[in-house]
Design a protein around this ligand. Structure first.
Ligand code: GLA
Length: 414
């Protein structure tokens, strides 16, 4: 890659919609009824807190999965992926995985979860296309699940509450695809609002849009801030096993602390306060103490971050991002040398208010909050240097905070 110049040029949304509709028409010989689009996400702060029932603060990004669809009366689902140039079809009465087309399992999974939830579904034809990079921790799978849910909802005449829709996406991923994720990614893909982050209480699933001080174009301007995603190019090899291990460690830490903390129920690490850890931390073996410390302090950082954003104290917010990275690196141990290098290069760069790994870790991306006028220099000083030092294909994207799931009715050409 070429560092500073690699600010991805994206086809405009209209252009993507037009191309997708044309592909649908040539594949299925008719026009699509509409296009469901759901975004990828980055998490600003609150990492590994969703399954500990704490707060998280993701942002939907302006990269999405689009599903153009039209109903079928015969209970069949026919899918065509433009990105994989591949078709996959199934019967709603008999939903299994397709090992030849694993991308289709997310669509199969949501159809399965909807039916299991008692919903009556119509079949459909669908053409799919995305510009969320796959495997880099920007939640392309949640985006696909949520977009597919939007398509099934529309063809089947359902009206799903957006929280329930997110839960169905998570259920598909947990029980059908077989990945033990939390609820953050699907909530972000379903419920985000442009220009805002989404504060989610992962216990009650209450959520609230928090305005972001990003430049109108996302790349700032007029002294604004930019949200820069840097992709390490490391595909997360250890992810599944280590992710599951962290979940188990947190559960065990919560059980041990529940036994030590009298008079108050502790069902998840969310219930543990900093002073509890100071008093009862001795009840935990050292590695579990480090995991619990990350969760307890990260929960505090999320709430302080929201306060800082509300009062416009972007420096304080940046400090929270930095502290979150140190905690993920040292206490939660989910970073890797490449992510640390990207973050350290960013920390040394003028105009960077904060930088941290985002998502599950072990590869994937970092996010940095960068003064708009410093974005170009960030490309040279961080991403190009990272590529030179590691020999990897790093990339960067300047992100806009986008809307969650949307349905686009297509303009017919005259
Ligand atoms: C992955 C999971 C999320 C969340 C993050 C870590 O993205 O899908 O549910 O646990 O990791 O914050």
């Amino acid at each position: 890659m070429r560092g500073a110049e690699d600010l991805e040029t994206q086809a405009s949304q209209e252009e993507r919609l037009r191309r997708l509709a044309a592909a649908f028409e040539s594949r299925f010989g008719r026009s699509p009824a509409a296009v469901a689009a759901a975004p990828g996400r980055v998490n600003l702060i609150g990492e590994h807190l969703d399954y500990n029932e704490g707060h998280v603060l993701p942002v939907a990004i302006d990269r999405s999965i689009m599903v153009a669809f039209a109903p079928r009366p015969d209970g069949q689902v026919r899918l065509y992926s433009l990105d994989f140039e591949q078709e996959s079809a199934f019967d709603l009465e008999d939903i299994g995985k397709d090992p030849e087309a694993p991308w289709s399992d997310y669509v199969r999974g949501v159809a399965w979860a909807l039916r299991e939830g008692g919903h009556h579904l119509s079949g459909l034809d669908a053409a799919l296309q995305g510009d969320v990079p796959v495997g880099s921790g920007l939640s392309s799978s949640a985006a696909l699940e949520v977009a597919a849910l939007g398509a099934f909802e529309a063809v089947s005449g359902l009206r799903l509450d957006r929280r329930d829709l997110a839960l169905l996406g998570q259920r598909a991923e947990n029980a059908f695809v077989g990945v033990a994720c939390g609820i953050m990614d699907q909530m972000a893909a379903a419920l985000s609002r442009a220009g805002h982050a989404l504060l989610i209480d992962c216990r009650s699933l209450e959520h609230e849009a928090v305005p972001l001080p990003l430049g109108a174009s996302g790349s700032g301007g007029g002294g604004g801030l930019s949200l820069v995603v840097a992709d390490s190019g490391v595909r997360r090899a250890l992810l599944d096993s280590q992710y599951n291990l962290r979940r188990q460690e947190c559960q065990r830490a919560a059980e041990l602390l529940a036994a030590a903390i009298a008079g108050r129920p502790v069902t998840a690490l969310r219930d543990v306060r900093p002073e509890d850890l100071a008093r009862h931390g001795g009840a935990l073996p050292p590695n579990l103490l480090r995991r619990a410390r990350h969760v307890v302090e990260e929960e505090r950082r999320v709430l302080l971050s929201v306060e800082a954003l509300r009062t416009g104290d972007v420096e304080a917010f940046g400090e929270m991002l930095n502290a979150s990275h140190r905690s993920l690196r040292d206490d939660y141990e989910v970073s890797c040398p490449e992510l640390d290098l990207l973050v350290e290069l960013a920390w040394a760069q003028p105009g960077v208010l904060g930088s941290r790994l985002t998502g599950a870790g072990f590869g994937g991306c970092t996010i940095s909050l960068v003064r708009a006028e410093a974005v170009e220099v960030f490309g040279e000083g961080v991403v190009a240097r990272y590529c030179a030092e590691t020999g990897r294909e790093g990339r960067m994207y300047v992100c806009r905070a986008a809307d969650g799931l949307r349905l686009h009715r297509l303009q017919r050409s005259p």
